[in-house]
Design a protein around this ligand. Structure first.
Ligand SMILES: *Cc1c(COP(=O)(O)O)cnc(C)c1O
Length: 367
């Protein structure tokens, strides 16, 4: 039965506290820096807030459950999770592949901090990941890639990495574990930002890693204790609280994305649109094999920057903001951040508004 549960059931079950009479149904946050110690100096489970926290444990249990991992570790941001994984898995001489079309700060971290450590960093487009992996020790893939939404064939990439003995890390931020489970497709480790659709209210920053190799997970936990990129207990509680409704929100976001992509693909003001759920999208076949849902992001190219700004101005529902996965539908013109995309390229992040309202609003705003 467990394996056949739908996304909302899985989300709700994952955050459920044990049924103990008189205890809260929804666990409260445990904000703490220091825990009581005993006179016999036996080591309790919790000693200091940088090492562990009961609210983290609940969140990590829920994330591991959703990712199909044996363990997860919460971090203070998606970048904290990703950079911890890269620190732990690379060293002098490591050949690391990062996505040329993925989250830009990861490439900046690799060139500013890993290259000086002697890591050799290769940037490969998502479409060339498998070829690049055949020369690598560690591969970080992102699928669908943010912001262009290219899809990487994870099963194929996982096979290539296994043949070489390379470690495959997958950034699962855009798809979320409700959209795909990279570990079941051959990844060794999932890294992600929980800032986006998982927490989904545009009000916190968080990240996590999930995996099933005990040694890798304990090395990551040790890095978290030593480097200290921890998640505050209150934010951990907010993510946990949000996870319960993640299935519901993500379902609506994916439904809105499908409807918006269909509207955009036939609109004269639109130069091109990408959504892995569109049957004619070049990534659809691979996406359909590995994704359970196609996600809440749609990328679109309009004539120029002015056309993107005009779209937001004429709309009553679209919010101009960066980041994605929140309850409001938002628009981000990525060239402003230096992404290698045309001036009129925008990443649309679907909110949870009623689909009909969103389509009517967007249709009118496009003119
Ligand atoms: C936002 C994002 C990150 C970074 O996450 P933060 O929580 O902002 O640190 C990493 N990867 C992808 C794909 C992202 O979209």
């Amino acid at each position: 039965m467990e394996g056949t549960y739908g996304d909302s059931t899985r989300s709700v079950k994952a955050v459920g506290a044990e049924a103990i009479a008189g205890q809260p149904v929804a666990p409260p946050p445990v904000p703490v820096s220091a825990y009581h110690l005993s006179p016999d100096e036996a080591q309790p489970l919790d000693t200091y807030g940088r090492s562990s926290n009961p609210t983290w444990r609940r969140l990590e249990g829920a994330l591991a459950e959703l990712e199909g991992a044996s363990a997860a570790l919460a971090f203070g941001s998606g970048m904290a999770a990703i950079t911890s994984a890269l620190r732990v898995l690379t060293g002098p001489g490591t050949r690391l592949v990062v996505p040329a079309d993925g989250y830009y700060q990861v490439r900046r971290y690799a060139s500013q901090y890993l290259v000086p450590q002697g890591v050799s960093v290769l940037e490969a487009g998502s479409a060339e990941m498998c070829a690049a992996a055949s020369e690598a020790d560690v591969v970080l893939a992102e699928t669908p890639a943010n912001p262009g939404l290219e899809v990487v064939d994870l099963h194929r990439l996982g096979m290539t990495c296994r043949e070489r003995g390379a470690t495959l890390i997958v950034d699962n931020t855009t798809a979320t574990p409700l959209g795909q489970q990279p570990l079941s497709l051959g990844a060794d480790l999932v890294v992600a930002s929980a800032t986006k659709a998982l927490s989904g209210h545009s009000d916190l920053i968080a990240g996590y890693v999930a995996g099933s190799h005990p040694e890798m997970m304990s090395a990551l936990e040790s890095d978290r204790v030593l480097a200290g990129p921890i998640l505050g207990p209150f934010e951990a509680w907010l993510v946990l609280r949000s996870l319960g409704s993640a299935g519901l929100r993500f379902e609506r976001q994916c439904q809105n994305a499908t409807a918006v992509a269909m509207l955009l693909r036939s609109h004269p003001a639109v130069r091109s649109v990408r959504y892995p759920g569109l049957p004619e999208d070049s990534a659809h076949e691979v996406a359909a094999r590995q994704m359970r849902r196609f996600g809440g992001l749609v990328s679109v190219e309009l004539a120029d920057a002015a056309a993107v700004h005009a779209l937001v101005e004429r709309s009553a529902l679209l919010v101009a903001s960066t980041s994605f996965g929140g309850i409001h539908t938002s628009v981000d013109r990525r060239a402003r951040w230096g992404d290698p995309v045309p001036d009129g390229f925008a990443r649309l992040s679907m909110g949870i508004e009623d689909t009909d309202d969103l389509i009517a609003d967007l249709g009118a705003a496009l003119g």
